[in-house]
Write a protein that binds this ligand. Structure first.
Ligand code: GLP
Length: 324
């Protein structure tokens, strides 16, 4: 069953109780970040459907009161065995809420508590349009289109058709820059990321999953709008930033932050969605594709950084090794 059909079945099943009123996205780490575009999509485009994005353990211990007969739960776990995400799915299943599980391993523990299991593309040469982020976005787009209606549905599907080509070109485009970034940052013990809008999740993932988890470099993902309300005080010629300049409605926030950095900082890596070719996607939907672009351009940098630092991206000291 594809996502359109899954949502169709859920919508039909809820007809007598008043339809879908809330969609909850629940996951951890990289899987949590991948839900960011779906969350921002429903927040902005839906009039009646409410959306929640939760870390799994927060959802388990702080389950929203509205979670019930009008809800849909979408969980994601790459390996399908993160205990708190499995628990969240179990809570959904027990409550009779339809559970959609996005996972790479389709016979993993999480699938025992899922009504629908969706596999996504992953790894070298993957189709970007089939990734977890786009699958999650499609659950949001279909939920909206099949209830309230979504006027830019066709433009959105056109964006999905274009994203793979855009991302693959962008990765080639940054290859050289990524090598010099790696050389210039190999001894840094802090690198900040900055972003806004639907693409913010990519900056969050780069900070927590790559710089902190996989490279043991201090980091924080700063929201471009929040930059001026605290974080900008740490700006100087030495502190490195990677800033995403998004395409779409929150671009002015990123440009404002970049203008400041250009004046007071010296070590700024600019990833501009316009330069990277995202503008061929229609303006009405382009916001929601920033994440797929940035999140897939970062790995070019990450591979180069790992080589230069002689710190493989697979190295961990605690994750999956000790009890936590
Ligand atoms: N960096 C990893 C992520 O890549 C992973 O997504 C997450 C949860 O794992 P899973 O998606 O398997 O539940 O753990 C860490 O944060």
């Amino acid at each position: 069953m594809d996502i359109k059909q899954i949502i169709g079945e859920i919508v039909a099943g809820k007809q007598e109780v008043g339809g879908i009123k809330q969609v909850y996205y629940v996951a951890c780490g990289g899987s949590y970040g991948a839900f960011y575009p779906a969350k921002t999509f429903l927040e902005k485009e839906a009039r009646d459907i409410k959306v929640g994005l939760y870390n799994s353990n927060e959802f388990v211990h702080n389950t929203p009161k509205a979670f019930g007969e009008n809800s849909v739960l979408v969980v994601a776990s790459h390996k399908g065995n993160t205990p708190e995400t499995v628990k969240a799915a179990e809570i959904g299943k027990k409550a009779g809420v339809p559970v959609i599980a996005l996972t790479w391993i389709t016979d993993s523990p999480i699938t025992e508590h899922a009504d629908y299991v969706v596999k996504y593309t992953f790894g070298e040469g993957k189709d970007i349009a089939g990734e977890k982020t786009i699958k999650a976005l499609l659950t949001a787009v279909e939920a909206l289109n099949q209830t309230e209606g979504y006027e830019h549905y066709n433009q959105f599907l056109d964006g999905v058709a274009k994203i793979d080509h855009i991302v693959k070109n962008a990765c080639k485009h940054v290859a050289k820059r990524a090598l010099s970034f790696a050389k210039n940052h190999k001894d840094d013990n802090v690198i900040y990321t900055m972003a806004s809008g639907a693409g913010y999740g990519a900056a969050y993932m780069e900070s927590i999953c790559i710089f902190m988890e996989m490279q043991w470099i201090n980091s924080s993902s700063i929201h471009s709008g929040e930059f001026f309300h605290g974080p900008f005080e740490i700006t100087d010629a030495e502190i490195p930033f990677v800033i995403q300049i998004s395409e779409g409605s929150t671009r002015p926030l990123d440009e404002r932050a970049l203008k400041f950095l250009n004046r007071y900082a010296k070590r700024v890596e600019v990833l501009d969605a316009k330069d990277l070719g995202l503008s061929t996607i229609d303006n009405s939907v382009v916001d929601y594709f920033n994440h797929s672009l940035f999140n897939n351009v970062y790995p070019v940098y990450n591979q180069a950084l790992a080589v230069e630092r002689e710190h493989p991206l697979t190295t961990r000291r605690y994750m999956w090794k000790v009890e936590y």
